[in-house]
Design a protein around this ligand. Structure first.
Ligand SMILES: Nc1nc2c(ncn2[C@@H]2O[C@H](COP(=O)(O)OP(=O)(O)OP(=O)(O)O)[C@@H](O)[C@H]2O)c(=O)[nH]1
Ligand SMILES: [Mg+2]
Length: 493
């Protein structure tokens, strides 16, 4: 038995030495725990071990942690570690449907290869990557999902009863509106229906529209910057797109004719300063940085002094997404806030993370009372509903939406566009569009009911409540609904 494990791990190591990277990752997936342990022991050096640790986390569905582990290693001094880290990063990006990032990673890995076979393997993997989708108004694409998931036309002509309310709630949750906001919206709808004596689903959809309009009433989609210099502080958990968004905002403000200064105040994560510097160099704009380990509040303060003496109109401060603990992170943001009194504190949330983004927004709002949110990655598989929840939970507007990785890929949030996409233009509610032809009936079974839920959460939930695997789509959706609620409630035991 032991011999077999040893052989498995050693064979993998040989493949690694030969540069058969993709094969190694494929075989690694199949390793039994004991074999894995052996493999980790045989791996030469801490950095390579960390790459595989990251890959393991990725396989378990903990994408954020996997990214944290692997990201610094993309800049490793060791050629082999760089290639492996880039392959894992590409796999992570691909899993998030961020195809152009995945492509960029693999293209950059090709620059590191040393043998022809390594090059061929990476090129093969590149050719298998899905083509990035055609670029259109990508924010609208995120919203198309909202509409598809809400698919209100399915509710046309239904009687107003408990079943209809349940269906609406389910559709809202599936569109990432978040359990709390969805439940509150439906409760409100019930009240209105009773009060106004509403008998048809069409009338009820009108009420839903009114409620959504009401929720979004403060969303202006503009940056109100009146002081000089205006200070914008960008906050959010790691990987949501803060640094990229600072680059995008800097360009947007530059285009408006403002003199912009950017400040990397993430002095904690290796590579964070260089990352912003690269964006800002690409844009030919100005950045003021200090060393890693410096006090971010002092960095921001010094930059502000510079801005005042150099007639800068706008100072954009990028902050860390992760510290030793969440408490440290919140304290750091509070300190920066105290020192530079930002005119605008913006929470950056990843719309792909759906309900998690809403929980993060809630937590950040409690600790940092931000002024508005930017939702990134709406060009990928986002459903759009998180925007509604964030506004409902924080009463702060969604200001912009990130629609890609380019510097121009930032759109001001338009509530009209949001409402229009969800309900249609002049026919407010349920136009029986020819849509079902292009997108066949959206039955629950046509999408993954557990989409967006971490595998660990599914497993923990099943174990905790002794829940057998679902035997039908309906059961799967019901179980997924319960898990989402359980997660939203803080995973009570
Ligand atoms: N597709 C897409 N990708 C985005 C968008 N915004 C950011 N990204 C990508 O998301 C990844 C993470 O972005 P960062 O800007 O590094 O995120 P961050 O919040 O600064 O991360 P930390 O510094 O680790 O906290 C990068 O690969 C970005 O290119 C967006 O709107 N659409
Ligand atoms: Mg960053």
């Amino acid at each position: 038995m032991f011999g077999f494990f040893k052989k498995g791990a050693e064979r993998l190591l040989k493949d690694l030495e030969k540069g058969n990277f993709f094969q190694v990752f494929e075989c690694f997936k199949e390793l039994k725990p004991e074999e894995k342990e052996k493999f980790f022991q045989l791996l030469p050096g801490e950095e390579i071990k960390t790459v595989f640790k990251s890959f393991e986390l990725f396989l378990k569905g903990d994408v954020a942690k996997a990214r944290n582990y692997v990201e610094p290693l993309v800049h490793s001094k060791s050629n082999r570690t760089r290639i492996l880290a880039k392959i894992v990063s590409a796999k992570i990006f691909e899993s998030q449907k961020l195809y152009s990032s995945a492509r960029k990673m693999l293209e950059s890995a090709i620059k590191d290869v040393q043998t022809e076979s390594e090059r061929k393997a990476i090129e093969k993997s590149l050719s298998k990557l899905e083509e990035p989708e055609k670029k259109k108004s990508l924010f609208s694409k995120g919203l198309e999902k909202t509409r598809r998931f809400l698919s209100l036309f399915e509710l046309k002509g239904k009687p107003v009863d408990d079943e209809l309310f349940e269906e609406i709630e389910e559709k809202l949750i599936l569109a990432d509106v978040g359990v709390k906001t969805s439940t509150e919206l439906v409760e409100k709808l019930k009240e209105i229906a009773k009060k106004r004596g509403i008998k048809t689903s069409d009338e009820l959809m009108e009420c839903l529209k009114e409620e959504i309009v009401e929720t979004l009433k403060n969303c202006e989609g503009c940056l109100n910057l009146s002081s000089n210099p205006s200070v914008i502080l960008v906050v959010g958990v790691n990987g949501t797109g803060k640094t990229t968004t600072v680059g995008k905002l800097a360009l947007l403000l530059r285009k408006e004719g403002r003199k912009v200064l950017t400040v990397p105040a993430d002095t904690f994560r290796a590579g964070a300063i260089e990352q912003l510097r690269e964006h800002i160099n690409n844009l030919n704009l100005k950045l003021i940085a200090q060393n890693y380990g410096s006090d971010p509040a002092a960095v921001a303060h010094d930059a502000l002094l510079y801005a005042k003496s150099h007639k800068v109109d706008c100072v954009l401060i990028d902050s860390a997404g992760r510290m030793q603990t969440n408490k440290n992170l919140m304290e750091q943001i509070a300190k920066i806030t105290k020192v530079v009194s930002p005119d605008l504190k913006i929470f950056v949330g990843d719309s792909l993370a759906g309900n998690d983004t809403v929980s993060q927004a809630r937590e950040f709002y409690e600790h940092t009372t931000f002024d508005g949110a930017i939702l990134t990655k709406s060009d990928a598989d986002a459903r759009g509903g998180a925007a509604l929840s964030i506004v409902a939970v924080t009463k702060k507007p969604v200001i912009c939406v990130g629609t890609g990785q380019g510097y121009d890929d930032l759109e001001l949030f338009s509530k009209e566009a949001f409402i229009e996409r969800v309900f249609g233009k002049s026919e407010p509610v349920a136009e029986p569009q020819p849509e079902p032809v292009a997108e066949p009936e959206i039955k629950e079974s046509s999408s993954d009911p557990f989409e967006g839920i971490k595998t660990e959460d599914i497993e923990d939930f099943a174990e905790l409540f002794d829940t057998p695997p679902p035997s039908s789509d309906k059961e799967a959706f019901e179980m997924a609904k319960k898990i989402r609620k359980w997660v939203a409630d803080g995973r009570p035991k």
